[in-house]
Design a protein around this ligand. Structure first.
Ligand code: ZN
Ligand code: ZN
Length: 249
């Protein structure tokens, strides 16, 4: 019985990631996580990006609306994907449909970015969830991504540095003014952590407004981090429109 239970558990954990496309479920014969058809549909964030936060830019500007007008505490942001199409549904599954195993596939792309951009870090950390949300979901997808990232790169650098002390509204549903106050004071530095004089890599699943990683970066900088790089699986594409700036940002 014991063995059978073990085999079932292992199959459940590994099979969906290793042998099935995480978008369409088709059988695949490598560990890439995507079939050839779905791979073609992925929108990589490999065009022009904001010089600070790394979101995709369509216009002439060098910075996105947030980085151009608001103070950013992280030094640089990177995302391998735009938050569109297939990757959006994969992230929603990872987050809301108990597909924690998808973190392995997605973390490979984070590792590619870290190697390609030669990112320098001493500590790998992740955007936290409140204790209440964590209990409800059973796992923090950002933590899973950070764990898999460290495992893939074989680095012993994972550290919980920031805790979330209360629940907040999803940023993308709020107005620009509401977004600024929504996250105020919701993150605290973890008493066991130490980032003094250290370069921190902060991992999360998505970056839409960038306010969440920015608030975490603020806490990390206040506790002595020398640099904070935000690495997220996907980020928004900015369609910059100066005339409607107040409404859209
Ligand atoms: Zn597929
Ligand atoms: Zn930006």
């Amino acid at each position: 019985m014991k063995n059978r239970r073990f085999i079932n558990a292992a199959t459940e954990l590994i099979a969906p990631v290793n042998f099935r496309c995480i978008v369409c479920g088709k059988d695949i014969f490598d560990e890439s996580g995507f079939c050839a058809d779905c791979l073609k549909e992925l929108v990589f964030n490999n065009g022009k990006t904001c010089l600070r936060c790394g979101v995709a830019l369509d216009g002439e500007e060098d910075y996105c609306g947030n980085c151009a007008f608001d103070k950013t505490y992280f030094d640089k942001g990177y995302s391998p994907f735009c938050y569109e199409g297939a990757i959006r549904s994969v992230i929603l599954d990872l987050k809301f449909h108990q597909k924690g195993a998808y973190a392995r596939v997605l973390a490979k792309y984070l590792a590619f970015v870290a190697l390609k951009e030669n990112l320098q870090f001493d500590v790998v950390t992740f955007v936290p969830m409140s204790a209440k949300s964590l209990k409800k979901r059973g796992y923090n997808q950002a933590r899973l991504l950070a764990e898999q990232f460290c495992d893939i790169l074989n680095v012993d650098a994972l550290c919980e540095t920031v805790v979330k002390i209360r629940d907040t509204q999803p940023q993308e549903k709020l107005s620009r003014t509401e977004r600024k106050t929504n996250l105020t004071g919701c993150f605290r530095f973890s008493p066991q952590a130490n980032v003094k004089g250290k370069r921190v890599l902060l991992i999360d699943d998505i970056k839409t407004t960038g306010a969440t990683v920015n608030e975490c970066a603020k806490v990390l900088k206040r506790h002595g981090a020398t640099s904070v790089i935000a690495l997220t699986v996907a980020s928004r594409r900015e369609k910059f429109d100066y005339e409607n700036e107040q409404e859209n940002l």
